[in-house]
Every structure is written in C-alpha cells, then in structure tokens.
Design a protein around this ligand. Structure first.
Ligand code: 13P
Length: 248
C-alpha cells in the first residue's frame, strides 16, 4: 500500500511572523498518525532552518528547488549538498512555475532530480500540462515526456513522489475533477509500469496539485490512483489540516 502524502508548497510567501503562526497551527493540529499520512511542508529557503527547528517531529520539510549539480560558482543557487548538510530531507523539483517562468526544460529537471537523489535527498517531482496542451489532446503525451526525462536518469524511484499538477489548475480555483485527476494518474502509473518496473508503478506515490482545498480534497483522495496532494494556496491556511485529514 502506498502511504498517503500531503505536501504544502508555500511558494514565495511569508514573513517570519507568518511562518511562526503557520507552524504553530500545524503543531497544535490533530491529524492521522505518520503511519497513515506523510506530511511535508515547503517554505522558502530562508525560512527552512526556522521551520525545521520548530515544526513537530512527525512533519517534515522540503526545499522548493536546488541546483542541478555540485555547488560552486553559481550565484543565487542553493545546492543539494547544502540541503543535506542542514538535514533537509526533501526537495520539490520541476514545479511548473519554474518550468515556465525560469525555462527549466524536461532534461534539466531530469538532471536535477538525478543529482538530488544521488546526494540523498528525496524528491517531489512535478509534471503537468498547460490548458493549450489539454485542449489539443496532448495531456498524456506531455506528462509522459516529462516523466520520461526523469526516468531516463533515475533508477531509485523509492525516493521519488510524482506530483501531477495541471498548469491550468494551479492558483486558478479551477481544480481538476476527480475523474480528470484519476485519468492522468492512471496513465502515469501505466507509463511507469511499461517503462520502469511493475514494482515502481505499484509503489510510487502519484499526488495531485492544483487548487486543492478543504472542500474538494475528499472526493479527489477517494480515487484509487490519487495518493495525496501538493497544496499551494491552501497550505498557508488552517484548511491545510483538513486536507491532511483526507488521508483517512
Ligand atoms: P494551488 O494549490 O495554489 O493551486 O497551487 C498548487 C501548486 O502549485 C502546488 O505546488
């Protein structure tokens, strides 16, 4: 069985005061045990030490990005080694905002995932189609190509969570229907089955992201191939607790 996974991507938001408030809300929440749900929150880099040192021990932290190879003369970047040095267990890679705004290609994201894994990080790897691509009928082709660039470089899928985040659903309030999410998750699992191994396909968590809320999470979570969520806006609010609770 795949353990339910709920990630909170805080994106480029928050002051230290707001971060302390969110952590306090999380720390005081009653949620299913870590045997049932894995909870990972992803603050901006500068708040990672604060969050890591104050967050309850059954919740974990993720960085939102890291550099594609060993650190060095790369101004403004943060290396995988640094995250490991600070005991940050997870990193989000290939988020659509970075793919589109910062021109990260499928190959570059694949290289990043491979390097982060090689350094001992666990990776939330994001894939997803734009509205234009969906309307052109190329959703499965697009997410398969994104996944292929990762699979070509990675053999250790045990430390990868695959996040399906349709770009048209991110930050728009236009959540995918449970049927739409299930269809793509099913196709991604089938792709893994045919291109990696049956074991990888059966065990890899495929989580959904894009306008997930306290109100819509339960129906999505009920779908057989939806193994959790990557939550943006709602992860900054108390309703994130309700989303964690959709694990049971
Ligand atoms: P929203 O939940 O704000 O739509 O963002 C989703 C997302 O991009 C998570 O990585």
């Amino acid at each position: 069985a795949r353990k339910f996974f709920v990630g909170g991507n805080w994106k480029c938001n928050g002051t230290s005061e707001e971060v302390k408030k969110i952590v306090s809300t999380l720390n005081n929440s009653q949620v299913p045990s870590s045997d049932v749900v894995e909870v990972v929150v992803s603050p901006p880099f500068v708040f990672l030490p604060l969050v890591k040192s104050t967050l309850r021990p059954d919740f974990h932290v993720a960085a939102q990005n890291c550099w594609v190879k060993k650190g060095g003369a790369f101004t403004g970047e943060v290396s995988a080694e640094m995250l490991v040095n600070l005991d940050i267990p997870w990193v989000i890679l290939g988020h659509s905002e970075r793919r589109s705004l910062l021109n990260e290609s499928n190959e570059f994201v694949g290289d990043k995932v491979a390097y982060a894994l090689s350094q001992g990080l666990k990776v939330i790897a994001c894939v997803g189609e734009t509205l234009e691509q969906r309307e052109a009928g190329s959703t499965v082709e697009v997410v398969a190509a994104q996944t292929k660039a990762i699979a070509a470089r990675v053999s250790n899928w045990a430390d990868v969570v695959l996040a399906y985040e349709p770009v048209w659903a991110i930050g728009t309030g236009k959540v995918a229907t449970p049927a739409q999410a299930q269809e793509v998750h099913y196709e991604l699992r089938k792709w893994l089955q045919e291109n990696t191994s049956p074991e990888v396909a059966a065990t890899t968590r495929i989580i959904y992201g894009g306008s997930v809320s306290g109100a819509n999470c339960k129906e999505l979570a009920a779908k057989p191939d939806v193994d959790g969520f990557l939550v943006g806006g709602a992860s900054l609010k108390p309703e994130f607790i309700d989303i964690i609770k959709s694990a049971e």
